[in-house]
Structure formats: structure tokens, C-alpha cells
Ligand binder design. Structure first.
Ligand SMILES: Cc1ncc(COP(=O)(O)O)c(C=O)c1O
Length: 299
């Protein structure tokens, strides 16, 4: 193989996001992100046996860090990934942000089970690998938020433990790519019983008759950190909440529909499968909730 060509092509792809400038924390040591090397025997590579978090940094502060660490702890407990000290992770996350010099950023954290001979079961003892890096990020979604986004429905083809934030995301990637090909921003997963679960990388909320509708917590959906913030804000600004499942047919009858996620914050969905939702533009309650979200960042 002509390695120079492969390298050229590889870095060409990677250059796009200015990844060259990013410094990673790899198992506690700082190095350029593009120089981090991981073994092909790492179980994240072989099996997707790893967990992750994406944390927003606003004005140098890690948004709802303790909720992220709690979710991480639950994800690791579910996959039985041990030998990781969360205080050390907490410290490294802060050091990585500090080292990046960024005040508006997305912080990525991945913990793999580490290397082992390839068998589905894993050894009693192993050394997890921990990757952390911060990339510049300052709300690239302002214009789509103002106009509203479109989404397409997709059968929920994922596994039965979507409450675990694991990196085995092939089904999410397939669905996200489907949305992209349809010119939509996101998919809305519909489970085998015909109910909306969530997006490929976002939580979904509906609004009907002045009430905020949210799918009950279950192993079918990720306990989103942005979702948690939205629920608290709705309470604070007196928007009534109804925990309920929404059928695919009911989606089209909603007054408003929106997605919520760490990079996206809240974005109104104004078309689903080319059908208009509500007035076909961001509605009053999504707008009010997003304003409340933004103001909550400065308190
Ligand atoms: C499937 C799925 N649902 C919801 C979310 C939103 O979670 P959060 O608000 O913590 O970013 C994500 C985030 O990646 C996700 O992958």
C-alpha cells in the first residue's frame, strides 16, 4: 500500500474541523489529538465496548458536569467497566478545558475497556483507555433555530439499552445518514409499538395544548442532560408537563415539536416527512424555553 497517499487522504479528511490544533488528554498525558494512537485490540475498536460523554463548555464552565459524571457512572456500571476513578476524570476534564484556552467548547470524553485478546467476554482485569479533548464550539445552530428544522421518521433499529451512553452507535449513524440524505436535520425514531422514542443524537419533546410532552424515562431513551435542563426550566416558567408516549400519527397533530441536545440546545422541528408541524415555524413555547435556557447559563 502506498502509505503516503493514504496519509494524505486521511489527513485531508481530518483537517476539515481544524483537528490539527486540538490537544488531547490521553490517559492523563497531553498530546496533539492526531497523534493519539490506540491498539486494534482495544475493545472499543473491536466491539464498541466503551462509553462516552459530550459536555458543553459555556464561558469556561462545564455545563451540568455532575449530571454528566452521574450518567457516565451509570453507563460504566451497566457495561461493567471498572478501574476508573471519577475524581481523576473530573480533574482531567477541567485540565483539558484549561489547557485548550477555550471558553466556548464541546468537550469529548471516551472511556474504553482497553486492550484484550479478541473474545466476546472480557478478562477479570483490564486497563481502560481514557480520551478527552475540547474543540471550539459556539452555537453554529442560530440560523436553523430561527427558521426551524426538518426531520424524518425512521424505525428505531437500535438495541434495547439506549439508556447507556455507549459508543456502539452504528444504528444511530445509519439513521443520521438517512436524515442527511433526505435533507433533514434529524430522524425521529419510532419504536416497534409505533411510539416516538428520540432522535439519533437528540431528545424529542412535543407541545400540545400548552403542555410539554415528554416520553417517560425508560431503557428505550437516553437520559439527556439537555432534557433534564428543559424539564427544570419548564417547571420554573410554569409550563405544565405531561409524561406520555406520542404515536407517529400524533406527531403531525402537535402544536410544536423540538429536539434537545448538548451541541444543539433546543431546536424547533417544523416539518416531519414533509408535513408541516403547527404553523410551520418555531412556536412560542419552544422559543420561550430556549430563551429560558440561554438566560439560565448566565446565572
Ligand atoms: C440518542 C441520544 N438521545 C439524546 C441525546 C441528548 O443528550 P444530551 O442532552 O445529554 O446531549 C443524545 C446525545 O448524544 C443521544 O445520542
Amino acid at each position: 500500500m502506498d502509505r503516503s497517499k493514504t496519509d494524505e487522504k486521511g489527513s485531508g479528511l481530518l483537517d476539515k474541523g481544524s483537528l490539527l490544533d486540538i490537544v488531547a488528554n490521553w490517559n492523563g498525558a497531553f498530546m496533539p489529538l492526531l497523534e493519539v494512537k490506540v491498539s486494534v485490540l482495544d475493545r472499543a475498536f473491536l466491539f464498541g465496548d466503551s462509553v462516552y460523554e459530550v459536555i458543553r463548555v459555556y464561558r469556561g464552565k462545564l455545563f451540568r458536569l455532575h449530571d454528566h459524571l452521574d450518567r457516565l457512572k451509570n453507563s460504566m456500571a451497566s457495561l461493567d467497566i471498572r478501574f476508573v476513578d471519577l475524581d481523576t476524570i473530573d480533574q482531567r476534564l477541567h485540565e483539558t478545558v484549561e489547557r485548550s484556552g477555550l471558553s466556548e467548547a464541546l468537550l469529548y470524553l471516551q472511556i474504553t475497556r482497553g486492550e484484550a485478546a479478541r473474545t466476546h467476554h472480557y478478562p477479570e482485569s483490564y486497563s481502560p483507555n481514557v480520551l478527552i479533548y475540547a474543540q471550539p464550539f459556539d452555537d453554529p445552530y442560530a440560523s436553523v433555530r430561527a427558521a426551524g428544522a426538518s426531520a424524518v421518521t425512521h424505525r428505531d433499529i437500535r438495541w434495547a439499552r439506549n439508556d447507556i451512553k455507549a459508543t456502539s452507535l452504528a444504528a444511530n449513524c445509519m439513521a443520521a445518514q438517512f436524515a442527511r440524505q433526505q435533507g433533514a436535520m434529524e430522524v425521529i425514531f419510532i419504536d416497534a409499538d409505533g411510539y416516538m422514542t428520540e432522535g439519533s443524537h437528540t431528545s424529542m419533546f412535543g407541545i400540545r395544548n400548552g403542555k410539554l410532552l415528554v416520553a417517560p424515562s425508560s431503557s428505550k431513551v437516553l437520559p439527556g442532560i439537555t432534557k433534564r435542563q428543559v424539564l427544570e426550566l419548564a417547571k420554573a416558567i410554569s409550563i405544565p408537563l405531561e409524561e406520555t408516549k406520542i404515536t407517529e400519527g400524533e406527531i403531525y397533530e402537535l402544536n410544536e415539536l423540538f429536539l434537545a441536545g448538548t451541541p444543539e440546545e433546543l431546536i424547533s422541528i417544523v416539518r416531519v416527512n414533509d408535513k408541516r408541524i403547527g404553523e410551520g415555524r418555531p412556536g412560542p413555547l419552544v422559543t420561550k424555553l430556549h430563551e429560558a435556557f440561554r438566560s439560565s447559563l448566565s446565572t
